[in-house]
Design a protein around this ligand. Sequence first.
Ligand code: NDP
Length: 237
Amino acid sequence: MTDFSSKKALILGGSRGIGAAIVRRFAADGASVAFTYAGSHDAAQALAADTGAAAIQSDAADRQAVIDVVAGQGALDILIVNAGALVMGDPLTLDADAVDRMIDINVRAPYHAAVEAARQMRDGGRIIVIGSVNGDRMPFAGGAAYALTKSALQGMARGLARDFGARGITVNIIQPGPTDTDMNPSDGPMAEMMHGFMAIRRHATGQEVAGLAAYLAGPEAGIITGALHTIDGGFGA
Ligand code: NDP
């Protein structure tokens, strides 16, 4: 456990999966938590009722909505951008609008959210974005567009770490490997193939990823910035 009792955290994309595990972890550790969601109204309300976190409907594909929701939180201590989309398939036949929407959610939203958060963020704040080990390694066909979104976050973190470092604000990317969520169920059709790339042949849990987020947001991680933190069972090893 980490003591976040005087900390204010915003999690973009918190209704399900890894984001919901992060909401639960940070709320349990005492943070004042707000999270956004897009379509999963019932799940968001249930999570809010369970944890005391505030649920805010806001589409990460809408740049102004992202900026508004971050600005509306005032001075944050912790911003975690988790919302992500996965569009995979043959690039010759993939729907171009779906690819562009994924880029909006996975790349443009984290950038604008991070910049907006930094305007009011308290010194020593934490900005964490959930990337993917696919930012480093894409070992099968059909993942080029998704991989490009996760690789883009790497450059963003390195640059923003320089921009905000003087204020003690850290900027880090968590890069999960296969993690058991609706996006990538541990009993899904791709699971066995993905386990074949791993040293520890199982999906991670959302709680394991949330634990790394808590560490990076916590007091021991103040010197860690501009860095990629892979949590993938050796998928990228
Ligand atoms: P899920 O699909 O299970 O959950 C996605 C979450 O993001 C939901 O809470 C969803 O909210 C929210 N979200 C999606 N689109 C939007 C949007 N446009 N606006 C606001 N919120 C949105 O995904 P995971 O938990 O698996 O993934 C979370 C992150 O981790 C993503 O960035 C993903 O790329 C990354 N990741 C996941 C891996 C995995 O194996 N699961 C591996 C590596 C990285 P709602 O349902 O309300 O729309």
